[in-house]
Design a protein around this ligand. Sequence first.
Ligand code: ZN
Length: 95
Amino acid sequence: MKECQAILKSDDHTSRSSTNSLFTIRTVRYGECQKNQAANVGGYAVDGCREFIPCADEGSNGALTCAACGCHRNFHRREVETEIVVRRSMENGQQ
Ligand SMILES: [Zn+2]
């Protein structure tokens, strides 16, 4: 027996109610790897990986593993960029 499971991510910005649509684009980037490779010998050395590149597509197993250095994504510095975009639709654009 096979059971299909749908995982829905509910995001606020999917609602489209007015003519002016407000989009919040949140981009999450993962910067340089900060895993201390020399922690076991009491030193400090990072592997020099500059940016997290997922091994596999989002949602699959390798998505949290860096293709370049093999570390988990948590070791990479998280940067969140929030951008608000107002898109005015062409129909009834009067105020
Ligand atoms: Zn790394």
